[in-house]
Design a protein around this ligand. Sequence first.
Ligand SMILES: [Zn+2]
Length: 283
Amino acid sequence: MLFLFGTGKSTLKNQYPLQGCSCPSCHQNNTMVAGTIARYFHFFFIPVFPTSRDNVAVCNHCKGSFSYSQFTEEMKQSFDTQQTTHPNSRPIWHGCGCFIILIGIVCFIGLLIVGWFKSKDEPEKPKDKREAYLKADMKKVTENPTMATDSTSFYIKEYMDDILENELNKKDIKYFSKVNGDKILIILDIDDIKKIKSSERYYIINFVQAALEEHGGYENLQQYIGVDGMWNMVLAVSPHYTDVDGKFAEESVLFPFYDAPKNYSEPVEITVKSNKTEQKEKN
Ligand SMILES: [Zn+2]
């Protein structure tokens, strides 16, 4: 069986001849050399961190080896003096696993952070085609709708500008409207909606409905109204469902606007191969 972790050892560089000492075993003089064996914990044979040190003496004559506890007093004295003047230090690689693990952890955390930012930047893939249509339309809002480009938004803006006091910055309210068969979609984008208490935000919907009523001509259209705040949609109203708690409205309330009108069939999609390749080349 292969041991993937455990302890390893190495003899440290400095060795100390024990001058004037006699071997405890063969009693020869000046035959001993002392040194230090340092141990370390390894994982997959990479030293991770240092553990114990053992001081030993070896006799060159009888080959006997002695641990520090077996040293005679004179051996201890000679060893201690020499070690104090030329101390042995561990090689740095005894702890290199710590650095490797530390670098690994830093890299892992770094990758997590990078991954998190990347996933934030990447737009979520819309699951529903209608979600993509709505997102696209929500980007088309403008603070200056004109009679020529978007007359409905133009009426609503006039009405809102008259009725609103200073609770909202009128110039920062953006509008968009669109008709699909017998349905009309109206989107308002109000970044400073937070100035209005969430419980009172549904008034905005009432204002939009009142504007349409006052102007006239919208009676036969099903109304889909969404109010987009700084971060998310805060109000969403459709003929089938209203989400007006003023904090977080489901955008999906507006999705049915994009469904094909009644008595309408999708045009058959005709694909011509040569055109496709042409387009690809252009791109
Ligand atoms: Zn000996």
